[in-house]
Design a protein around this ligand. Sequence first.
Ligand code: APR
Length: 244
Amino acid sequence: VYPGLAQVQQWLANTQRLAVLTGAGISAESGVPTFRDGGSAFWAQFKPEDMASEKGFRRDPTLVWRWYQYRRELIAAVQPNAGHRALASWAGRHPGCMTLITQNVDGLHQRAGSSGVLNLHGELMQDRWLEAGCGCCRTDEAAAAEPPRCALCGNMRRPAVVWFGEALSPAVWSAAESAANACELMMVVGTSGAVYPAAGLAIRAKRHGAKIVIVNPQPSELDEVADVLLRGPAAQVLPALLAA
Ligand code: APR
């Protein structure tokens, strides 16, 4: 039903080095709003620079903290979908053959059973201290405020996600680059390809000779590097693609 599917299945059957780059689209069928595609226009309700930036957080910590608590409630209420599960199952049947890199912070890949996930943009359900290296801050003593604060120095807890303008974790980024350099096949699933450096991983893989497969019902900014475009929703395409 998807032209090119059999070709990709053949590549999958013959690769030991598959890299997968996912974006918000793979969680769309779990009911998690995406950011930019026409569907939900998630950011329309908020201005990203106000809500998902250190400046925005320092300007109104309670507002931003409450926004993340709201998003955590949304995520806690949804389940991984067949797309997440197909990736986890394939990796289980082909040990050591898949590196899963995600821009998503929803943790649904992990909940579907994927391990060793490279969370480029961090994890929504985790917190960290706003000021690093205080030494006095005790998570178990953080006062129950919004956001929680260190009782001794007032340091605030913040979501452990990469905000606009912030650097990615060097360790995670270097592992993602190595996977993009080494892979023979990269599947790019559910991303508009609008945000760098994440989107650059597909270009890097292409430059290193990998075949690029895009799974997305809509055109994306990475289409021109694709060898095969599978125009369908991840929860339908991935189970068909990864059945073997
Ligand atoms: N299956 C596959 N792809 C889908 C589906 C689906 N069911 N539904 C939508 N999509 C596609 C859309 O066509 C779009 O190309 O998912 C993509 C979602 O794009 P974005 O909303 O831009 O999300 P993403 O690419 O992950 O954004 C990257 O930007 O906002 C920041 O840090 C945030 O990680 C995010 C980054």
